[in-house]
Every structure is written in C-alpha cells, then in structure tokens.
Design a protein around this ligand. Structure first.
Ligand SMILES: Nc1ncnc2c1ncn2[C@@H]1O[C@H](COP(=O)(O)OP(=O)(O)OP(=O)(O)O)[C@@H](O)[C@H]1O
Length: 513
C-alpha cells in the first residue's frame, strides 16, 4: 500500500478509535488544532511519563519544573523571538493561499529527488539482478541532469537562507524554478514577507493600561529564567538539568500532515547546565542518551537517524535532529542543541540582574553553557502511531487492524471479557478488574462476539485480553490472549498481576535504558 494511503488510514483510525479529533469539529474545525480523545490522552500521558521518568527518576542531577505559559514580554525580546522568530511567507494572488517560501523551495528540491528515484526504480526493474545502482547514478544522462539541477538549487537556496534570509532571492528562486501554486496552478506570486510566529494577546483591562503578552512559542525560556531559583533552592551543582513538559504555541503558516505541525502543541524540554568548555562533550552524551530512549521503544533502529545541522543558529555551536521514518519520510521529532550561554547572557543583559552561577569548589562565578533536548509530544505520538499501525492478513482468510504499541504506552493494558452476559460471568469479570485496576488500566467489554471484541482491542493496541468462561467459576483460571501473537493460554486469575503488571509498566521500558 502506498505510504500516503497508510497515512490517510492512520488519520481516520485516530478519529474512529478515540485517539485524535479535529478541534471544534462541529464548527468545521480550527486549522492545525486537535483534541485528544479517551485513548489518545492515555497514550499521550504514557509518552510524557516515559520521558519525565527517564529524565528525573534516572538522573539524580535533573529536576523538573512547571512554569507559566504567560511570561514577562521582555523575555521574548531577550530570547530573540520578537525580532527573529519569523518564517518567510508568500501568497498566491489567484488562490489567495499562503505558503512558506522556504517550504515551496524545499518541496521543489524533493521533486528532483523523486524524479531521480523514479529513473533508478525504472532501470532496476528493467535490468533486474544485473543492475548496478551506483554506476547507473553516475552515468545516466537524465539522472545526472536532475542531480545537477537539484544541487544548484540547493546551493542557491542555502545561500539565500544564510543571508538573513534574502527575501528577494527566495522569490526569484520560486519564479526561476517556475513553481506553481498547487491550488490555482498559477505563478502569480506576491513579494516574500517575514511573518512572526508568536501569538499575542492583551493582559489586564485597558483602563489599567494593558500589556501585550505572548503565548510562549517554546517552554525553554521558563527554564532559563528559573534556573537560579532551582539551583539555589535545590542546592544543585553544575552539571545539572531542568526538565519541563508544557504547551507551546506557534502561528504556523502552513500547517499540514495532521498533528505533525500544529498551532498549539506540547513540548518536553530539558536544559542541561554545564561548565563552559565542556559543552561539546555533553552534547555528544545527550545525543546518545536521547537516541537510546527512542530506540528502546522497539520499532527498529532503521527508523531513526541523526541530522546534524551544517547551518547553525547564531547562538548555537552544535545542533542535531533525531529524525523518525514517518509515512511521509524521515522527519524531525527531537532537536538537541548546544545553545552556548546565549540565553542566560541575554536575560542577564535585559533584566539587569546577576544570574551567574557561583561554583563553590573553584570559587568562580560564570554563566553556564546549555545543552538542550527538545521533543514534541504530539510528533512523538504521531511517530509511535505510524510505526504501530498494521493491517494483517490472518491464516483463516480474515484481516485485522492492530496497533502494535509498546505495551508500556498502550492506553488500555488489559480487557476483561465474560464469554456470555449471564451465569455469573460478568460478575466474575468485574471482580478481576477490581483486583487489578489499581495496578494498570483495565477495560470491561461484554458486547458482541469474542472475535469482535478482540478486534476492537487490537485496534486500540491493548496488549492483553482475558476471557472469563464457565470453567473459570470452577477452576479460577481464564484465557489470556496476546495481541501480537494472538496465542491463548490458560492462566490462574491469581497469576494475572504477576504476568502482566511488569510487562506493561513504564518501569520495564526504563530498565532497558
Ligand atoms: N508546530 C509544531 N507542531 C508540533 N510539534 C512541533 C511544532 N514545532 C515544533 N515542534 C516540536 O518541538 C520540537 C522542538 O522545537 P524546535 O523549535 O527545535 O522545532 P523546529 O526546528 O522549529 O521544528 P520545525 O523545523 O519542524 O518547525 C520539534 O522537534 C518538534 O518535535
């Protein structure tokens, strides 16, 4: 099945099974804003717990905070967001649609790649085993032509972006490449303008004199302005980290690909404060720690890659993304940045307060350097859903949709089902739930045939199902069914907790780190 179709199916599955709903749906939705349903919120909470515990439980020098969304507006001046948190925007005069100029050009670069890959696939089909891909790429005239065009475009684009970006040049590239609007099909483009991504609102009544405040576009600044509070009250010694999970808001120009790019989303960020000069060593360590965290979910190492940044933001001296293989290609899910002492120095300058760290061992004061790990909860959610969604053909000719979620992240861990709705079986099933519900999330289900009930649980990723039958009342045993193997075994009710609790706990994942 084409990857685009898989993605469409995933989006409708998310809605049909209570994972993600478009926001304000009965009012026709709100662009790039989504709500999480009964299963989505459980999965999301489990992802957050996995991240939080891996940070604050496993590292004695990392603690958490929860700072407010509203912050003093000067913070965003100091951080550079007021002046420089922009995307280059271009409108098509005919469709009245708005695009990111950089994205239009990046899509054009991807089109050359598609053309090259098509030529390669065609030749592979033609020559079969005798096909030498490397030689074909370096000798085929059509491939060489596409490669040349792509590389020239890439170079010109990189130069334009490095220059600030150069808005006239971005527009010229769009014109020269004859990029058309996907809606109107025309090249009737406006000038390219800078567009600030922060949402703003007014705080206080106008009579008192209101103040323009921003909805935070990242959670990190709440950590920077509190770092000394935490350091002093927690008696933290460098190196130490502060973790935070919270909402962030960006008025994205082009919001597409479902929950990949949203206007309201959630971030899990950790800022690690280190001694100047040691930051690149810590950057390397955090790159490794974070990739291990992702890989522990068991989707396969081929789903991940680093993308080291060649072009660095002015405040960074190293940066990499962890990319995940989504149905629409490798995409960033997490950024790891060595942010130097830029943010803390800026806050020192703009606030006029001394926020240097005093090192009791060396008796020196200095502004720490910072390594940041920053991951989007919603993007992580999408990556997990897309890697877990499977359509399987069964031996008996039937098919099933199953979410092979890591058991520790699954919304429901165990479904308990009485074979029939009588003879005391429902009561027995509820008794089992009552004894297990304090340890993990159980669901009672008595409607429809057992087969249908299994399919419903497969579709939401429930790793285990238990069936209570007449024999249960006599021997205290139930049938335990495994989601992935679909194998069934007879086990004693008394053993259920021992068999399941460990495998479905976040702790089981943390122990592999
Ligand atoms: N609009 C968004 N919707 C959902 N998640 C987002 C959004 N913007 C950023 N994130 C998440 O927050 C993480 C850290 O934010 P960061 O500012 O480094 O992203 P970014 O480099 O601006 O992302 P992108 O290049 O995709 O816009 C990203 O890796 C991503 O997982």
């Amino acid at each position: 099945m084409a990857q685009e179709d898989v993605f469409k199916k995933l989006v409708s599955h998310c809605k049909e099974y209570g994972f993600v709903f478009p926001s304000s749906e009965i009012y026709d939705g709100l662009g790039a804003v989504y709500d999480y349903g009964q299963n989505g919120v459980e999965l999301k909470n489990n992802i957050k717990q996995y991240w939080w515990q891996s940070m604050v439980l496993l590292h004695e020098n990392i603690v958490g905070i929860d700072s407010a969304i509203f912050m003093h507006p000067t913070i965003w001046k100091a951080s550079g967001h007021v002046d420089a948190f922009n995307d280059p925007l271009i409108d098509n005069r005919d469709s009245k649609k708005r695009y990111r100029a950089d994205v239009l050009i990046e899509d054009q670069i991807a089109k050359y790649d598609e053309k090259i890959n098509k030529e390669v696939a065609k030749a592979a089909k033609k020559f079969g085993d005798a096909f030498d891909e490397a030689q074909f790429r370096s000798t085929n005239a059509r491939v060489l032509e596409h490669q040349q065009k792509r590389d020239a475009l890439h170079e010109r684009y990189a130069k334009a972006m490095n220059a600030g970006p150069d808005l006239n040049e971005l527009r010229q590239i769009i014109l020269d490449e004859e990029i058309v609007c996907p809606i109107s099909g025309t090249k009737n483009w406006t000038e390219v303008r800078q567009f600030n991504l922060m949402f703003s609102t007014e705080m206080g009544s106008t009579a008192d004199g209101s103040m323009k405040v921003y909805l935070r576009p990242e959670t990190a600044q709440g950590i920077f302005v509190n770092y000394l509070n935490v350091q002093k009250t927690g008696r933290m010694k460098i190196p130490f980290g502060i973790a935070q999970i919270g909402k962030a808001f960006r008025n994205e120009i082009v919001a597409r690909q479902f929950i990949f790019r949203m206007r309201e989303f959630e971030q899990m960020e950790m800022q690690f404060f280190v001694k100047p000069g040691t930051e690149l060593e810590w950057f390397k360590k955090w790159k490794e720690i974070r990739l291990k965290w992702h890989k522990a979910l068991g989707f396969g190492d081929d789903h991940y890659r680093y993308h080291d940044h060649e072009k660095l933001a002015h405040y960074a001296n190293a940066a990499t993304d962890i990319e995940f293989l989504m149905p629409f290609g490798f995409k960033e899910v997490e950024g790891i940045h060595s942010r130097t002492n830029f943010d803390l120095s800026q806050h020192e300058k703009f606030s006029g307060k001394n926020i240097k760290y005093f090192d009791p061992e060396t008796n020196e004061s200095y502004t720490p350097y910072v390594i940041e790990t920053s991951i989007g909860v919603d993007r992580m959610f999408l990556s997990i859903m897309s890697a877990s969604y499977k359509e399987e053909q069964l031996e008996n000719g039937e098919s099933r949709v199953v979410l092979k979620l890591p058991a520790a992240l699954a919304p429901v861990k165990l479904a308990v089902m009485p074979l029939v709705k009588k003879d005391g079986l429902p009561e027995k099933a509820r008794e089992i739930i009552d004894s297990l519900k304090f340890h993990f999330n159980c669901q009672y289900d008595e409607k429809d045939s057992i087969g249908k009930r299994y399919r419903r649980q497969d579709a939401i990723g429930t790793p285990y199902c238990v069936t209570v039958d007449h024999q249960t009342l006599e021997d205290g045993c139930v049938t335990l069914r495994d989601r992935d193997t679909m194998k069934q075994e007879r086990v004693a009710i008394a053993d259920l907790d021992r068999l399941i609790a460990d495998r479905v706990s976040i702790t089981s994942l943390l122990k592999t780190l």
